[in-house]
Design a protein around this ligand. Structure first.
Ligand SMILES: Nc1ncnc2c1ncn2[C@@H]1O[C@H](COP(=O)(O)OP(=O)(O)OP(=O)(O)O)[C@@H](O)[C@H]1O
Length: 212
């Protein structure tokens, strides 16, 4: 789905060749500062490479309109933006952005359950803890159900048990819907357990890419 050829970005990324497969779960692993987030940001056109080429479905990212791309490829940053308002407002805002039709409360509650957020829809989102805000952000992306989800350390603020539960559900959901999931994770264990494809980065270079 994404092809990298001789891609250079500042002195941060230098990727000779990388393929991220469609309709699969890919984990990006590597030490802190190795360039994982920078790679993910490229896939969402939040930054642009200096040299080489990144193709999305065989089209250069340079030629794809950023807003158009971001309707299909949604990135959840490590610390998702939470807006003034209720949990419901914060879930629905993604749908408004992507021009998708609105959904019933019962569907919103199902998503909250999926991300283990045991709250009511009318609660003030600002009052949630860091980990709860992260899960709300995940819920927002799940509801949008994009073609490609880019998750940057989606479970960094969670304890190990909750982390496993949530990643398992997200992966199941993505597989069932035949969507593409790319997640950055600090945990080799999570990468091994849940992904079809693992990319390891070291100092901006891909040192391993392998299917399982
Ligand atoms: N906007 C920027 N300008 C200059 N350098 C940057 C910028 N963003 C990131 N970097 C640098 O690029 C390198 C890679 O950063 P990146 O955030 O991609 O790493 P990471 O692997 O995601 O790290 P972590 O696991 O700690 O989140 C780091 O050395 C970082 O300091």
């Amino acid at each position: 789905m994404f092809h990298f050829k001789e891609v250079k970005y500042k002195n941060i990324l230098n990727i000779e060749y990388l393929v991220i497969p469609g309709k699969k779960v890919t984990s990006i692993i590597g030490e802190s500062g190795s360039g994982k987030t920078t790679l993910l940001r490229h896939l969402n056109k939040l930054i642009s490479y200096d040299e080489g080429e990144i193709l999305y479905k065989n089209h250069s990212l340079r030629e794809i309109d950023s807003m158009e791309l971001r309707r299909k490829v949604i990135m959840l940053p490590q610390t998702p933006a939470i807006f003034n308002g209720t949990i419901k407002d914060n879930l629905l805002i993604g749908l408004k952005f992507s021009d998708k039709s609105m959904v019933e409360d019962v569907e919103l509650l199902r998503v909250l359950q999926l991300v283990h957020l045991n709250k009511t829809l009318t609660e003030d989102a600002e009052k949630l803890s860091g980990g709860e805000k992260q899960r709300l952000g995940l819920g927002r992306v799940l509801l949008m159900n994009p073609e490609v989800s880019l998750l940057d350390e989606p479970s960094s603020a969670l304890d190990e048990e909750t982390e496993n539960l949530i990643i398992e559900k997200i992966v199941q959901f993505s597989r069932k819907q035949q969507k593409t999931l790319v997640m950055v994770t600090h945990s080799k264990k999570i990468a091994e357990a849940y992904s079809d494809f693992i990319v390891e980065i070291k100092e901006g270079k891909v040192v391993h890419q392998r299917g399982k």
